[in-house]
Each structure stands twice: as structure tokens, then as C-alpha cells.
Design a binder for this molecule. Structure first.
Ligand code: GTP
Ligand code: MG
Length: 279
């Protein structure tokens, strides 16, 4: 078989739905999603093979903080631009239900400088009428060279096949980078840590989830149907520990139970999860 490939970076403001889209495309959850800002911090690759073509999607951190230069933003920015650099084509994703025109055009200006091919997809069209987007589509096409526009809903699984069929036409001859059954570049331990981070984003407020780091230190199949997992939450500031523990340990209990449930739904096995807090 003559193999072909294409690398696509998913770029867009935080909360546009990039991770939701990549999970849809791959058909399994590989990237966590949440309504809080800057959920994705590393570049995660999602792989979808269609016949002879391998499509590689780079889920990049939301491009909000491009101008901020604190160390956290620097890391996100680096991961974002690495994702763009390595790609052949940029899929710019817009939350169609909350468009900030000024921000949007600033962003398009920036990614246009990369000279890469760009396609634009309006996501969350389950929340608005498509015809409302016509003026903005016209405005964008007047200023930038965009290969094609799409209206989709990643959550409701609408319009995604159209994007895939379109991208397939842009694939070029090349060796596949991943095996046929691989769906992501990240391993189980990374993904397990991400699931815990996703849980923390849901239960903890403001800055806390952004000021901790997580390690999955142990992943052991006890039997065909049981997995034992140990995770560590490394806390930067002592005062956060009390909050994460909660009254009589009620918060960490909730977090552990919820995370265990998430892991169970992915691995389809009984999970014995242990979480340790380290300050
Ligand atoms: N109604 C609706 N909500 C969506 C859709 N796609 C994503 N969402 C929601 O939008 C929120 C953000 O989604 P994410 O996939 O985490 O967004 P992201 O672009 O990866 O965000 P960052 O990682 O922070 O850059 C989540 O609450 C999703 O459930 C959609 O098509 N319709
Ligand atoms: Mg994301």
C-alpha cells in the first residue's frame, strides 16, 4: 500500500473545543476537556487513519495567553508554536457561540504569518444559527486566504466527517509515523495524570489546579479485571493542601472517587486508586 499522511495543528482560543474535537476524530478520549481556561497544556497528538492516509492532529494549548510571559504561559506558548511548526496545515477552531472579532482577527493575523495552509471551523453550532456566521465568514475571506470553512459541533458530532474528507485530499505520499492501532503519542501514565487534572479542574477553584503537578507512579494489573493505580499530587503552596483535603478529608474523597470512575470508564476494569498529597 502506498501510504500518505498529513499533520494538522488544532489552534484556537481556550475553550473553543479543540480537545473535544480531537477526541471525536480519534473516537476515544485522549485529551481532557473542561470549561475552565487552559485545560490542555501539552501538545497531544491524535491519530486517525483513513484507508491509506494517516491524519495526525496536534491538540495545542489554547492561544489566549500568547502575549503573557509568565513561566506557565511561556510553556503553553512553546507547546502551541511547536505544534504549529510541525504541522502541514492549521485548523483554526472558533467557538461560534461567543466570537470576539478583535481577538479573532489578531489571532488569524498571527497564524497567517506562518504561511501554512489554513482552514477555519466554527464549533458549537448546536448553540447558534449557522446563517449568523455568514458576515464573519465574508470578513475573514476578504482578509485572509482560507482553504475552506466548516460549521461543526464537536459535542454533537456534526460536520466532522466533512472536515476529514477534505483533509484527506491534502495528504501527501509519506511513511506513517504511527502503527495502525495507535491513537495517540502519549502513554497510559500521562493520560491517567491528565484524568486526575481534569477532576481537579472540576472540583477546585481558581488558581489551585494550575499550581500543582501530578505524577502517576504506579500502574499495575492485579488480575485480568483489576488495576491498581497510585498517583501523587505535588502541591506548590502549603495552604492549598488544606483545601484539597477538605473538611475531614471530604474533598479528596470526592476527587478520588470521581477520578476512579473516569479511569474505570476508559479502561473498563475495576480500579483501585490511591492518591497521595505531597507538599
Ligand atoms: N455546546 C457545545 N459545547 C462544546 C462543543 N465542543 C466543546 N464544547 C464544550 O466547550 C468546553 C471546552 O472544550 P475543550 O475541548 O476543553 O476546549 P479546548 O479548546 O480544548 O480548551 P483549552 O484546552 O483550554 O485550550 C467544554 O465544556 C466542552 O464540553 C460543542 O460543539 N457544543
Ligand atoms: Mg484542550
Amino acid at each position: 500500500m502506498k501510504t500518505k499522511k498529513l499533520r494538522i495543528s488544532l489552534v484556537g482560543r481556550t475553550n473553543a473545543g479543540k480537545s473535544t474535537l480531537i477526541n471525536r476524530i480519534v473516537g476515544e478520549k485522549i485529551s481532557i476537556q473542561n470549561k475552565k481556561i487552559n485545560t490542555t497544556q501539552d501538545t497531544i497528538i491524535g491519530i486517525r487513519n483513513i484507508k491509506e492516509s494517516q491524519l495526525l492532529f496536534y491538540d495545542t494549548p489554547g492561544s489566549n495567553f500568547l502575549k503573557n510571559l509568565d513561566s506557565q504561559s511561556k510553556k503553553l506558548k512553546k507547546n502551541l508554536w511547536n505544534g504549529i511548526d510541525e504541522s502541514d496545515l492549521i485548523l483554526y477552531l472558533i467557538d461560534a457561540s461567543s466570537i470576539n472579532t478583535k481577538f479573532l482577527f489578531e489571532q488569524l493575523e498571527k497564524i497567517n504569518e506562518t504561511k501554512k495552509k489554513i482552514i477555519v471551523a466554527f464549533n458549537k453550532t448546536d448553540l447558534i444559527l449557522n446563517k449568523k456566521l455568514l458576515p464573519i465568514i465574508t470578513k475573514i475571506s476578504n482578509q485572509f486566504k482560507v482553504e475552506s470553512f466548516f460549521t461543526i459541533s464537536a459535542k454533537k458530532n456534526i460536520g466532522i466527517d466533512d472536515i476529514l474528507m477534505f483533509l484527506k485530499k491534502y495528504t501527501y505520499p509519506g511513511k506513517w509515523e504511527y502503527l495502525n492501532d495507535e491513537i495517540t503519542n502519549k502513554d497510559d501514565k500521562f493520560f491517567l495524570s491528565e484524568l486526575l487534572r481534569e477532576t481537579l479542574l472540576t472540583y477546585l477553584h481558581k488558581e489551585i489546579p494550575y499550581n500543582i503537578s501530578i505524577r502517576t507512579t504506579n500502574f499495575k494489573e492485579l488480575s485480568k479485571s483489576d488495576i491498581k493505580i497510585k498517583q501523587k499530587i505535588l502541591i506548590n503552596e502549603k495552604r492549598y493542601k488544606k483545601i484539597i483535603l477538605g473538611k475531614k478529608g471530604s474533598m479528596i474523597k470526592k476527587i478520588r472517587e470521581e477520578c476512579q470512575k473516569k479511569i474505570k470508564s476508559v479502561f473498563k476494569k475495576k480500579i483501585h486508586l490511591y492518591i497521595e498529597l505531597i507538599t
